[in-house]
Design a protein around this ligand. Structure first.
Ligand code: KG4
Ligand code: ZN
Length: 343
């Protein structure tokens, strides 16, 4: 029997994703993003995102099927992000997935968004070793996880106590007059700046937890910029961007490596939109090499939210014969990471 063919549906934030995976093989990954509709608000507007998902959902599934050259009737299961995420946005994907599952008479897997970010790496780099530490950093979440089994046992080690890492990028970009989302323009500006120009704070860096804090850093950048402006001086945007980025990358990689050491993990996975950051990738690679830890980072298109990651986790569950979720399974905006599959 061939590996299960699974459709994965993702609508937790501003990306409508429909992915098709067979076993560990990626067949299609259709994405529609509403990011442009949120740009003028400087952040994702939940109601705007939900409406965009409604319009993009079925066309995204149809596109994925066309690219993969498969028909709905050939699917073995439907997987969908049940949480965490924006309540109304999640609801669109969960309802769509239920409708497909009911109409086709196929099992439904309502899964955790964070576990899906980890499972997607299997499509690129093969089966996950056990245990691995995962650092998930995006506009909506910043978490350090201990993954003993991505389909069954994921434990939280720490998370942000205030802003997510991507949120800090977006807010700092805004005060530097850059567009939303702020990660890419800060990354670009930082290339010509001096990362040691300004000593911004590293929140919670030296404490004993695996938690993060980025709101003090964001405030510190705002105060620094204001002080320059009040003194009638130019703001050295590249230096501010590089120094801010250095602080974020330093804390994220420092804590991730400490988590690997504390839990005897030989591999670190980084995922989420901020995993596209060039400095984070370089510093993580350097520090992992020095510590003898293998680094696995999916390509940028699989790091940001997408349907393939949900399909990847669904395929893993289907291959193990996991029990399907009931058709009245709810979307849960604050689904805990320990709940990989909502039964
Ligand atoms: O995973 P994602 O696409 O969506 C969620 O938020 O769930 O992540 C988007 C976040 C945004 O905050 C964006 O500014 C950030 O990822 N981002 C980056 C980069 N590219 C995207 N942050 C830093 N450097 C980048 N190159
Ligand atoms: Zn995400």
């Amino acid at each position: 029997m061939s590996a299960p063919l699974v459709l994965g549906i993702e609508t937790s934030c501003d990306e409508t994703g429909a992915g098709l995976v067979r076993g560990h093989e990626l067949l299609a990954d259709a994405i529609a993003s509403s990011v442009a509709e949120h740009a003028r608000f400087g952040g994702v507007v939940p109601e705007v995102a939900s409406r965009a998902h409604l319009e993009a959902m079925v066309p995204a599934v149809d596109r994925a099927l066309a690219v993969a050259g498969v028909r709905l009737a050939q699917l073995d299961a439907i997987a969908v992000t049940a949480g965490p995420g924006l309540a109304g946005a999640l609801q669109v994907g969960v309802c769509a997935a239920k409708a497909y599952a009911l109409a086709l008479g196929k099992p439904l897997y309502a899964v955790n968004h964070l576990a899906a970010h980890i499972a997607v790496d299997q499509l690129e780099h093969g089966p996950l070793p056990r245990p691995v530490v995962a650092l998930l950093v995006s506009g909506g979440h910043s978490s350090l996880l201990l993954v003993d089994d991505v389909a069954d046992k994921v434990l939280p080690l720490g998370a942000t106590i205030d802003d997510a890492a991507g949120e800090a990028y977006d807010k700092v970009a805004r005060l530097l007059g850059m567009p939303f989302p702020g990660g890419p323009p800060i990354d670009a500006a930082a290339r010509s700046g001096d990362p040691a120009a300004i000593a911004f704070p590293r929140g919670k860096y030296r404490d004993a937890t695996f938690d993060f804090s980025f709101s003090g850093l964001k405030t510190s950048v705002a105060r620094w910029v204001e002080a320059r402006q009040q003194a009638g001086l130019d703001v050295p945007v590249a230096d501010v961007a590089a120094s801010f980025q250095e602080a974020v990358a330093d804390v994220l990689t420092g804590k991730a490596l400490a988590a690997c050491r504390a839990h005897g993990a030989t591999h670190l996975i980084i995922g989420g939109g901020v995993a596209a950051n060039s400095r984070l990738r370089t510093l993580a690679a350097q520090r992992c090499e020095a510590a003898g830890i293998r680094l696995r980072v999916p390509r940028p298109g699989l790091c940001t939210d997408n349907g393939a990651m949900v399909a990847a986790l669904g395929a893993e569950l289907a291959a193990r014969g996991a029990p399907a979720s009931p058709l009245d399974v709810p979307a849960d905006s604050s689904l805990p990471v320990t709940s990989v599959l909502v039964a």
